[in-house]
Design a protein. Sequence first.
Length: 345
Amino acid sequence: MEQLITFPSGKEVVYSWQQPATAVLRQWATHDPVLLTDACIAALQPALFEGYKKIVVPAGEDSKCFETIATITTRLLELGATRDTLLVGIGGGVITDITGFVAAVYMRGIACGMLPASLLGMVDAAIGGKNGINSGAVKNVVGTIAQPKFIAFDVGLLTTLPDEEWSNGFAEVIKYACLFDEPLFAELEAHDTAYYRDHPAAIDSVIERCVAWKTRIVLEDEHETGNRKLLNFGHTLAHAIENIYQLPHGKAVAIGMMVACRFSERFADLDGSVTRRLAGLLKQYDLPCSIPFNTTQIMPLLKNDKKRSKDTISYILLQSIGNPIIKSIRTDIIEQLLNDYASHY
């Protein structure tokens, strides 16, 4: 099944559902594809790459750097990639970010496609055209917004996903439930990771629901001048602590959502019962609610947040489940609240 989405930029993106990844690749084989993946996916899915040009980078967040981009562009030249080449990213959020970034800058822009191979990639990272790489510990500070030609959602790729990566992905699913979808929040409370691993139709439905929410928001605000900022719920703190404390993205987002709920109790009249429900749900999906952190280390990174304006940061808060707001909070107040939070948790 295919769905054609036309974004405000005029770019048309094909969403491919319920097709094996191998069939999707065959469909695009005439576009001179080069497959970009990481060493983990290449080892787990060797048959997927047979007969195609491929580039393999080390797995993990450290690959989101200028050095990796230089290595990939050199390899593309060696492979004879032209402006007609289709770069296809197969992997999680790191690979989709790198793929989109390289495609946007190689020869001033080539087409790309996304075959997300993680739950996090399927429900969030591959969608919407945002691509970023890191500069030191600062997350995604260099990037582009450029839509791919296609995104293919093959839940069969999730069968080799480790337990930790299922949890990481569910952090983003929980984010969507908090922001827009209380019935989804309740559904998640009724199940756990093991249930969704054992029921492909159920996880497929959850993925479609999250993709629909993100697509709707991006269609309203492709370049993040307004409501697309809502999708950063939990990410403001997450991006500051992720690299410092070597946390997987989902775990950092989980902690960020808890802190955002504490802020929401103060600035958005969020009922404390919602924070407690969220804490219970995160634990249910093997995600942390807090870690010891040093506010002095965190604040310089928070002050580099892309949503910062002079001495405030646009923080995403909840009034209730399904009712988010964007609130400008002074950085000195954020520092004070984080100090209070760290002292209690």
